[in-house]
Design a protein around this ligand. Structure first.
Ligand code: XLS
Ligand code: NI
Ligand code: NI
Length: 438
């Protein structure tokens, strides 16, 4: 135990009438939902970076949190202390999984040799902690956007020496993820984009990214990592334009480089909204394209145009997203990672617990709502019936590739009828969703 959370008892499920704010009202991990426990359905993960690395700084001011484990000197002792704190937090909260970037966990490093040695040191330490606490790794990743060397991108950098440093980081982060039994590996294209198109060879950069991703996939197979690789779409921020803009764009990119059967997506609601989409749009698009992976749950601020990474609290949105996640077969290797941070005025460690307890309860409620929506699947049945025409007659023939354009035109002319418009029933379906949100 790290000593920083001693005043917080392990969070228990007490049901919705409990008046203790630090208990679960809905997250009852053993409860059966659609044939699996809630814990197995949701696969909840706490992230390292927002909770144990960020000190509350923003573009206008310094850190506000004053947490001793941030450490003035980021050496190996400080890294071990941070690990102790993180696993103490996971143990009290009761989340089964965690996620990390290489540099979140390790002592600060400047040279490639220091990077490799400091990462190896902390991976040993983390492995020990995982063994003693039973916590598991949902996914790992490499931070290739914070260090100034990456200001012009990692694999998309005009300088191949920077791409080589990125290769070093990805190789070792992927191998660490494999060693720690991670279910997935994420690549978010932080600075894989441009600030201005005036100095950028867009085609060259996308080829670099495609090649780098191919090398990553090859390395995954070489080391025998059986988990998934996911790209995390985001349209912009920090760059003006990121190449992994949204799920649809990522799919086109994967197709172009022959990687669509190797790589999936890690979807983040706040990134979806920045791209001008709803959260459920991105989830359903990934289902449709066969690249569903994992979710970075959070929310944006409807009045702000950036990635505010707030904890999710919208039950309607989360219920609907969960409905589409379950319709897509639910999580396999993926899970529910909270890529969210408390506000910088929420400076007590208690705030970290309030945030996660509330978000876990929200997901539990959304899961139960979505499961009920699936049991009596009014939305699904409506859609089936709406497209029923495509399974017979000329509709079927067209989809089986057995009708020509001329044949379909002749068929229409022969019938000589103008098809009657049919209601899409949007308001009715919206009412169905409203009734399901409990
Ligand atoms: C930033 C991203 C980042 C990724 C991991 O906006 O969400 O945190 O999830 O690199
Ligand atoms: Ni994220
Ligand atoms: Ni984000």
């Amino acid at each position: 135990m790290s000593g920083y959370f001693d005043h917080i008892d392990p969070i228990k499920f007490e049901g919705k009438d409990s008046e203790n704010p630090l208990t679960f009202k809905y997250y009852d991990k053993g409860k059966n939902v659609l044939g699996k426990s809630m814990e197995e359905q949701l696969r909840i993960a706490v992230c390292y970076w927002h909770n144990f690395c960020w000190d509350g700084f923003d573009v206008f001011g310094g850190g506000t949190f004053n947490r001793p484990w941030h450490g003035a000197v980021n050496d190996r002792k400080a890294a071990e202390m941070k690990t102790d704190v993180a696993f103490d937090f996971f143990t009290r909260l009761g989340n089964p999984f965690f996620t990390f970037h290489d540099v979140d966990t390790m002592a600060a490093s400047e040279t490639p040799r220091e990077h490799v040695d400091n990462l190896a040191h902390i991976v040993d330490y983390i492995e020990g902690k995982m063994g003693s606490t039973g916590k598991k790794l949902l996914w790992g990743t490499a931070n290739m956007f914070s260090h100034p060397r990456y200001m012009s991108g990692a694999s998309t950098n005009p300088n191949p020496e920077v791409a080589a440093f990125a290769a070093l980081q990805v190789r070792h982060a992927l191998e660490a993820t494999h060693r720690l039994g991670g279910a997935g590996y994420v690549l978010w294209g932080g600075r894989e984009g441009y600030d201005t198109i005036l100095n950028t060879k867009v085609g060259q950069e996308m080829d670099q990214l495609g090649r780098f991703l191919t090398m990553t996939v090859e390395h995954k197979h070489k080391i025998g990592f059986k988990g998934d690789i996911w790209i995390e779409p985001k349209p912009h921020e920090p760059t003006k334009h990121q190449y992994d803009r949204d799920v649809g764009t990522v799919y086109g990119f994967l197709k172009a480089y022959g990687l669509e059967n190797e790589v999936g997506v890690n979807i983040e609601p706040n990134h979806a909204t920045l791209a001008g989409h709803s959260f459920e749009h991105e989830v359903e698009m990934a289902n449709a394209l066969g690249i569903s992976g994992s979710i970075d749950f959070n929310r944006g601020d409807p009045q702000n145009g950036w990635d505010t990474d707030q904890f999710p609290n919208d039950l309607r949105e989360t219920t609907l997203a969960m409905y589409y996640i379950l319709k897509g077969g639910g999580f396999k290797n993926g899970g529910s990672n909270f890529d969210a941070k408390v506000r910088r005025q929420s400076r007590d460690v208690d705030d970290l617990f309030y945030a996660h307890v509330g978000a876990m309860d929200l997901l539990a409620r959304a899961l139960e709502n979505a499961a009920a929506m699936i049991k009596k699947d009014t939305l699904g049945d409506f859609r089936e019936q709406r497209y029923a025409g495509w399974s017979t007659g000329m509709g079927r023939k067209m989809m089986d590739g057995k009708a020509s354009l001329a044949e379909m035109a002749d068929y229409c002319l022969e019938k000589n009828e103008s098809p009657a418009p049919v209601s899409g029933r949007q308001e009715y379906l919206e009412n169905v969703v409203t009734q399901a949100v409990k």
